[in-house]
Design a protein around this ligand. Sequence first.
Ligand SMILES: O=C(O)CCCC[C@@H]1SC[C@@H]2NC(=O)N[C@@H]21
Length: 276
Amino acid sequence: MTAHHPDLLPNLPTLALPFRRRGGIGCAVHHRPVLSSTNTFLAGLARRGAPTGTVVLADHQTAGRGKYDRRWVSRPGESLLASVLLRPSRPLADLAQVTLVIAVAAAEAIARTTGLAPQIKWPNDLMVEGRKLSGILCEMVMTPEGDLDHIIAGIGINLAQARTDFPPELQAIATSISAETGRKVDRFELFTALIDRLDYRLSEWERLGFEPARHAWSVRSCTLGRPVILAAPHAPRQGIAEALGPDGALCLRDADGTLHSVIFGEIPLVATQATL
Ligand SMILES: O=C(O)CCCC[C@@H]1SC[C@@H]2NC(=O)N[C@@H]21
């Protein structure tokens, strides 16, 4: 038997998608039963000139990727796994805001379809009762001239896992929609809501800037007003997360009273639980 790379499998029949949009997010939707990673597959489409708003949805990933080169593992059908191609026209200095805007849209889609009220842990993890429900991986591709070519935003939402389905080291810090609500969520209803909210929030950001999403992010935040330990790429920092700045940076006041503006980094899940 020949082994095929999942991204090269022929276009197998899959469930029909409930909609097709004329423009904006979801203008083209590629749905595959199995891919290595929706981000990787969409990167190939982007190189071949796919338009902004193109979406890839997979039922299963064999090599899902998380932030900081971690793996994003899920069993077939138990997660929503999607990536969106963006070619925004905002200035380079605004691009770190994209991932925050997407977190707001994903939280709103989950709230709309499940009744849950996901909170956002800076910058873009969606949390319920201190456990991670969803992760977002934004990958930026620049031109040789240093301009933005495109962004691929990958979104994974845990749908159907029982707590004990997660690996032992994640059981205390991960959750799913079923584990929180006791009900199954319709994956395509959630996907449709996600496309809707992404379309709304991203076009709002393009037209009006970051302020509306900054407000929505701050209202849903479980980071602001709390002591946090940041695993920032260059220097780990501790302090009180005071605000999300107008540029999208986290404003962190350290023990000396100095205010730091942090664009990149993360609050490790375990530290968050221990600290907050
Ligand atoms: O580490 C994180 O929190 C980000 C996880 C992002 C996972 C999603 S699943 C769909 C898309 N494809 C990938 O390979 N990763 C993202």
